[in-house]
Design a protein around this ligand. Structure first.
Ligand SMILES: [Zn+2]
Length: 170
């Protein structure tokens, strides 16, 4: 959502604002739908996939921004944060990393920065809930301030613009 808002300001209308936030969140979570087809962290976790989804969004005029160009950029940014953040998470299941540069490369890349803890799917282990709860708290502690900060800056900017104190184009 923060990446989307950085490109396209949250609209003043509450309904549109919720719709925009929902689309950004859904787009950013969408790469993990690859779990359904047992092809996790492959093509769906790439800049190529982000470009494809952004192109569909711009073509279908998804209600996240005022122009096709800005829709494309906002959706690309929202989608691309998923592979970016995955690349910043500790990965212990081969192939290590994500196929970030598909279709130009099928290599799996990993940043080596273990900013986020891995999410365990082995639910039968005793420490499953504790481990995942801590991993989730860590993610929220890192990402919520970023999200709130971008929101605050963008909404504040909109109010300034409305009062005629800003000459920012969008
Ligand atoms: Zn993922």
């Amino acid at each position: 959502m923060a990446a989307g808002w950085a490109i396209s300001r949250p609209p003043a209308d509450r309904h549109l604002r919720l719709l925009q936030a929902g689309i950004f969140a859904a787009v950013a979570a969408a790469p993990d739908l690859d779990l359904i087809v047992q092809r996790h962290r492959a093509e769906s976790h790439s800049l190529g996939a982000a470009a494809i989804v952004a192109t569909i969004a711009a073509w279908r005029l998804w209600p996240v921004a005022g122009t096709r160009g800005r829709i494309w950029l906002a959706i690309f940014a929202a989608y691309a944060t998923h592979p970016l953040l995955d690349a910043l998470a500790f990965d212990n299941a081969p192939p290590i990393g994500i196929m970030a540069f598909w279709p130009f490369s099928r290599a799996y890349v990993q940043s080596g920065v273990d900013l986020f803890a891995p999410v365990w799917r082995r639910w039968w282990l005793a420490s499953f809930y504790t481990h995942n709860a801590i991993a989730m708290i860590r993610e929220v502690a890192i990402l919520a301030p970023v999200c709130a900060g971008v929101w605050w800056i963008r909404v504040k900017g909109r109010r300034h613009k409305a009062k005629g104190r800003s000459v920012e184009p969008v």
